[in-house]
Ligand binder design. Structure first.
Ligand code: ZN
Length: 541
């Protein structure tokens, strides 16, 4: 078992800082990247983490050392920073070339929460290894897309106290939200940040089969070095969940033992803020979280959570090793990963029941490794930091790392959106959901949702008070006017369209107040559904 006895870099490494300032510009000025090219974390003995400019400089140096690493961008932050994207394994760095490669496409994204910086520095190390010929075998079956600094604006708002109790970097870290104050890992469905819209465009254009999202957790004091999660929404295609949960993650856990202990992300109920019996509880099934969102797009969304009370250097290392192990498995099973995402895309959902909200699905007891921490003082603020002690105490408890639906709704052949609901259409389009507009009026036998109750959450969340509708679907005949938008469920994003459009969904258009105006004073949900696809069409998107 790996211990954390090395300890954090508590003494100010002033000498090393001076050295780092000497090394970084030299390495960045186009000289060979082999030898001497250090991340800012490495160059400061893990006292500091990379700034946005450090990353651009580092990537430019890698790019000049290895022409196979293409450095570009996939969009913009709120403050106009270009969001870097590195592409490896495709002849040219375009979305068309990446898709045409026929290989399995993997996106590694870091720093969505810009205080959780280990993924950013780990992804730089990984790219440096690749630039020096490391992991060459992956190239046969994988295209790698790396977004090392997704929340670029948050990264630049460094403070020493942005992550209370986290064990470094003691030179500070960025903030959790973006410059708008939005948590980007709650923005996947409503898409209110330019960062999330940039990322979803990347999803639509490059269509990664696998999305690995790198974080750190400061929850329950457990005994693991890193915890993880597959897609958690119970409406996710079984071809995705079975493989991720049943084969991929167990293989990685086995491979990383005994050096690194990994298991499903979880907390004790008191730390998760829920009233429940003793058990190991994961976070949420809602697709506002990235791993769940990728799952509803029929892709492998995999969450990584390094333990915040490991020294920063160890967090970087366990994160890099976890990603390498995931990629080794992806390379060895590249064909199966593509087949499963393809099967999920082709699944006919019409007429099946899918969940619109979920509750924990606790299985039989499992052995969870609990741990302990000791308190240290931050050398510059005097605040308490916690350090993981190298001990693990197995405890048996209910395994609550999955969800089941507590309410379902039937997937129609199509949803029918009347003219005038532009914000809804705009959001569906931003997600990449396909639709077409009726060119002439059309009579339809379908269903309408009768509203019995409409309420908003007491507590504000991400600038919203989420809405919940009560009611039921019943048969309805209508003449749909020209311009009605038809959203067929028979498309790769059918599950995502369902979760956005069903009136009872806990993470859709209704929940995020997109339809508030249209719902004022009406007794029926404005969007209809139909068991058969209407035909007259024009203006396809
Ligand atoms: Zn996080």
């Amino acid at each position: 078992m790996r211990s954390s006895s090395a300890g954090p870099p508590l003494s100010p490494a002033i000498g090393l800082l001076v050295l780092a300032l000497a090394v970084l510009p030299a390495a960045a000025s186009g000289q060979p990247a082999t030898g001497g090219l250090l991340t800012r974390a490495e160059a400061t003995d893990f006292v500091e983490t990379s700034s946005y400019d450090d990353i651009l400089t580092f990537l430019a140096a890698l790019n000049s050392a290895s022409p196979e690493l293409h450095v570009g961008a996939f969009g913009y932050s709120y403050e106009g920073r270009r969001l870097p994207l590195v592409i490896w394994g495709a002849p040219t760095p375009t979305a068309e070339a990446v898709r045409a490669s026929g290989k399995t496409r993997v996106l590694v994204m870091a720093n969505i929460h810009a205080g959780e910086v280990e993924g950013k520095d780990a992804s730089l190390q990984l790219l440096r290894e690749i630039s020096r010929g490391g992991h060459a075998a992956w190239r046969d079956s994988l295209v790698l897309l790396v977004a090392p600094i997704y929340n670029a604006d948050g990264n630049e708002r460094i403070r020493l106290d942005n992550r209370p109790f986290q064990l470094g970097p003691i030179g500070g870290m960025g903030q959790r939200p973006n410059a708008q104050g939005l948590d980007l890992n709650r923005d996947y469905m409503k898409l209110e940040s330019p960062e999330a819209r940039s990322l979803v465009r990347l999803f639509a254009e490059f269509d990664p089969h696998v999305v690995i999202d790198l974080h750190a957790t400061n929850g329950t004091h457990h005994g693991y070095h890193l915890t993880y999660s597959p897609p958690l929404n119970p409406g996710t295609d079984p071809a995705i969940v079975e493989f991720a949960r049943g084969r991929w993650l167990p293989a990685v856990t086995a491979e990383l033992e005994p050096d690194w202990s990994t298991w499903h992300y979880g907390n004790l109920p008191r730390d998760e803020g829920i009233e429940a019996g003793e058990g190991w509880y994961t976070f949420s099934a809602q697709p506002r979280f990235g791993n769940n969102y990728a799952g509803l797009r029929n892709r492998f969304g995999l969450l990584s959570e390094a333990y915040a009370y490991l020294p920063f250097e160890d967090r970087i290392e366990v994160t890099r090793r976890f990603v390498e192990s995931l990629l080794d498995f992806a390379a060895a099973h590249a064909g199966e990963i593509r087949r499963r995402t393809g099967d999920a895309d082709a699944r006919d959902l019409t007429g099946i029941e899918l969940p619109v909200r979920a509750e924990y699905d606790c299985g039989p007891e499992v052995e969870i490794l609990m741990g302990e921490v000791e308190a240290l003082r931050h050398p510059y603020t005097g605040e308490t930091m916690l350090r993981r002690l190298p001990l693990q105490r197995p405890e048996s408890m209910a395994d609550c790392a999955a969800f089941r639906g507590i309410e379902t709704s039937r997937v129609p052949a199509a949803w029918l959106i009347p003219p005038g609901l532009e914000p809804a259409i705009e959001l569906l389009t931003a997600h990449g959901i396909r639709w077409h507009a009726l060119s002439e009026p059309l009579a339809m036998d379908g269903e309408a949702f009768t509203i019995r109750g409409s309420s908003r959450a007491e507590r504000e969340f991400q600038g919203h008070r989420e809405r919940t509708l009560e009611g039921h679907w019943e048969p309805a005949t209508a003449t749909l006017p020209a311009g009605t938008v038809v959203v067929p469920s028979a498309q790769p994003l059918g599950r995502l369209a369902f979760y956005l459009l069903d009136p009872r969904s806990d993470d859709g258009l209704v929940a995020w107040n997109v339809l508030d105006e249209a719902l004022e004073g009406v007794s029926s949900y404005p969007i209809l559904r139909s068991a058969a696809l209407p035909h007259a069409r024009a203006g396809s998107r």
